[in-house]
Design a protein around this ligand. Structure first.
Ligand SMILES: C[S@@+](CC[C@H](N)C(=O)[O-])C[C@H]1O[C@@H](n2cnc3c(N)ncnc32)[C@H](O)[C@@H]1O
Length: 390
């Protein structure tokens, strides 16, 4: 992997990380093909996340551009797909995301309870605390839009469980709870609703025709089953590997360790609404103002470009001398620059900020089934840019 660059033979500069580009191109041919669902670790499926990277794609990027014992930083980690694949591949991980939902999921993946026996013991202990506080939960303090999703006794219990798990910093169980918060299937807690984004489906499932979908649902039994599903397929994970997860603005945050690679998919130009679409889960995490969160985590074009320029400057300080920055970007068009976003970012890194050179660029069409907005308003292809610090 590191023996040649750009299809030519290796140079004598041993400080440079060298990549054999034809081999990388081969690895990426059809990398969107097929589903990873039945092969990937079930930890990836603990709870949905819009804009989540396909785990096999994360794993391919990691194996192509880093080596064992490297440190990888993902400044916009979302649900932690890159973080978990990096740990699985024996890389030290630094993850970061401003969203409390993203932070919770990534911590669940980086610090999971790995045995079902330990998970049930943790549930038992938390259940004792839930018992003590559940009766005192005052439903009148809960906003109407949240109350609309649940039977009142289910809601009371769900609030108690989320409070207890947050206080215990039990991120794995908390993520499992968030993963069963809304859907119409029997294993979920809400009234009939969509799974990824919270919309009630009262018209498709009217109460008079589907009364059982509006009955009380016990949290504990569903949480136990969810934990079983999340732990069904967990790879061998080395607890000695260093992992950390922060919840900071990526434009202000520098990790305190040098990193060999930054691998990330940033929140380009308001293509997705990470606050709005996760609003119900965020409310249970104590974040009631998703609109204000969205102004930061789902930035419009000019804000995004400002944030990204600051990030490139900071990352230059933290990357090792020949470290790489691997970016996954949508095919959106920048109105400000009048050019496609990947070209804008390349120009920003190599000319405006400087100190980077482009070593690889690859564009893949996203199959229709994986597009986040199927009306085609979202990205139809993704571009991978690899910039080397120089
Ligand atoms: C495309 S998503 C990342 C998805 C991730 N790769 C995954 O597989 O789940 C972009 C993420 O950037 C986060 N974000 C947006 N602006 C941020 C900022 N200024 N600092 C830190 N995180 C930010 C959002 O919360 C969102 O989770």
């Amino acid at each position: 992997m590191r023996s040649a660059a750009n299809g030519r033979s290796a140079t004598s500069d041993t400080n440079q990380r060298l990549f054999y580009i034809p081999e990388i191109n081969k690895k990426f041919a059809n990398s969107w093909a097929g589903s990873a669902l039945l092969k990937e670790s079930t930890l990836h499926q603990v709870s949905p996340y819009i804009g989540k990277m396909k785990s096999s794609m994360a794993s391919t990027l990691i194996s192509a551009f880093t080596q064992i014992e490297d440190t990888i930083y993902d400044p916009f980690c979302g649900s932690g797909s890159i973080a978990l694949e990096a740990w699985t591949a024996g890389r030290a991980v630094i993850a970061n995301d401003l969203s409390p939902y993203a932070g919770t999921l990534t911590r669940a993946k980086l610090f999971p309870v790995t045995s079902i026996v330990d998970a049930y013991a943790e549930i038992d202990s938390a259940a004792n605390q839930v018992q003590k506080i559940v009766a005192a939960i005052d439903l009148r303090k809960i906003p109407t839009w949240v109350r609309k999703f649940f039977h009142q006794e289910t809601l009371r219990e769900t609030v108690a469980w989320s409070e207890v798990l947050k206080n215990r910093k039990s991120y794995f169980l908390l993520s499992c709870l968030l993963g069963i918060l809304h859907h119409q299937r029997p294993g979920f807690l809400s009234y009939p609703s969509s799974h990824t984004v919270p919309y009630l489906r009262e018209k498709n499932y009217p109460r008079h025709l589907y009364p059982h979908l509006y009955e009380y649902r016990s949290v504990r039994s569903r949480l136990e089953k969810k934990v079983g599903r999340a732990l069904k397929r967990v790879p061998v994970l080395d607890p000695q590997v260093t992992r950390s997860c922060y919840m900071r603005n990526a434009a202000d945050f520098i990790p305190d360790a040098r990193v060999d690679a930054i691998i990330t998919s940033p929140p380009y130009m308001r293509q997705l609404d990470y606050g709005r679409d996760n609003r119900l889960r965020l409310w249970f995490l104590g974040e009631s103002n998703w609109k204000s969160l969205d102004s930061n985590i789902s930035p419009h074009e000019v804000k995004f470009l400002t944030v990204f320029k600051r990030c490139l400057k900071l990352w230059h300080k933290v990357l090792t001398p020949s470290g790489v920055c691997v970016l996954v970007l949508g095919d959106v068009h920048s109105r400000y620059y009048g050019r496609p976003l990947p070209d804008v970012i390349t120009h920003m890194a190599t000319e405006e900020v400087g100190g980077y050179s482009l070593i690889w660029k690859h564009t893949e069409e996203i199959p229709k089934t994986r597009r986040v907005r199927r009306d085609c308003s979202g990205s139809q292809s993704e571009t991978f840019l690899v910039l080397r610090r120089c």
